[in-house]
Design a protein around this ligand. Structure first.
Ligand SMILES: Cc1cc2nc3c(=O)[nH]c(=O)nc-3n(C[C@H](O)[C@H](O)[C@H](O)COP(=O)(O)O)c2cc1C
Length: 251
């Protein structure tokens, strides 16, 4: 297909999804509405000194909202960069929220692990959109900082509490490597049989590792309905500093 045609098609798909989005919102005609109902500026309130408190408050709120619709709030986008500066992004589960950072679990033979070995700087982004009081509450939290690998004893309970298929995956998947489906299925079934007969305990294999991002930057974005979003940017000099500098920035 011609690229201009494709762009036009994508544009109309975007318009349709915007129309669906708008249909849940108040009508925008100035004749029938008080203008204050169709524009304004959102205000994030209150503003805690520690952005981890704001993270927890928004995360808890959206976890509850998502629970009502059987969705999860703990999936985020994780960006890493290679030695030569090529950026790569993918979705990961937030495995644990600590006072000082965000814990993820992965395969240390993966490309993200290679990136993190070469360059410990990473960025995590959460996006939550829920209908609150008939209007879309959209929140984004961007987090950046250095990532450290955790000692196994610090997080082994996270692996141990994984469901069966995840433990089997840890053994049969060499993340990112080519697989033949039939061999893959056979490996799965063989391991399951070994587990069922008590011959395999599915204990954490060495290549399953956990990392923690220690934030030095956090950016909170909030909009609700037809309001201009509000943003708060928190920065600190180092991952051990208790002094976060907070400023309101334009959306
Ligand atoms: C909802 C969702 C959650 C995921 N959670 C994880 C996770 O916690 N750990 C992980 O290694 N991969 C997870 N993945 C797979 C990653 O997105 C990615 O495909 C994989 O980690 C390989 O990434 P890499 O090749 O960039 O290293 C998840 C994927 C989805 C769609």
């Amino acid at each position: 297909m011609e690229s201009t045609k494709l762009v036009r098609l994508m544009g109309s798909a975007l318009m349709r999804s915007m129309a669906r989005y708008q249909s849940g919102l108040p009508k925008t005609s100035p004749e029938v509405q008080n203008l204050a109902d169709i524009t304004g500026i959102q205000k994030i309130h209150p503003i805690p000194k520690d952005p981890m408190h704001l993270f927890k408050s928004w995360f808890t709120h959206h976890s509850q909202l998502h629970q009502d619709s059987n969705l999860v709030a703990n999936v985020m986008n994780v960006s890493t960069a290679s030695k030569d500066g090529r950026v790569n992004s993918r979705s990961l589960i937030l495995r644990r929220l600590d006072e000082d950072g965000f814990v993820i679990m992965t395969d240390n033979r993966s490309s993200k692990s290679q990136d993190l070995k070469d360059n410990p700087n990473a960025a995590f982004t959460f996006l939550w959109i829920n209908n609150v009081d008939g209007l879309y509450l959209a929140r984004q939290i961007r987090i950046a900082g250095k990532v450290i690998q955790l000692e196994t004893s610090n997080w082994i309970d996270v692996y141990d509490s994984e469901p069966l298929f995840c433990k089997i995956r840890a053994y049969v998947c060499h993340q990112g490597q080519p697989v033949d489906w039939d061999t893959h299925k056979k490996n799965h079934d063989d391991l399951l049989a070994q587990f069922e007969s008590g011959k395999h305990d599915l204990k954490r294999p060495d290549h399953v590792v956990a990392y923690k991002l220690l934030p030095t930057f956090m950016d909170f974005y909030e909009s609700h309905g037809l309001k201009i979003a509000d943003r708060l940017k928190y920065v600190r000099d180092s991952e051990t500093s208790k002094n976060w500098d907070c400023s309101r920035i334009a959306a």
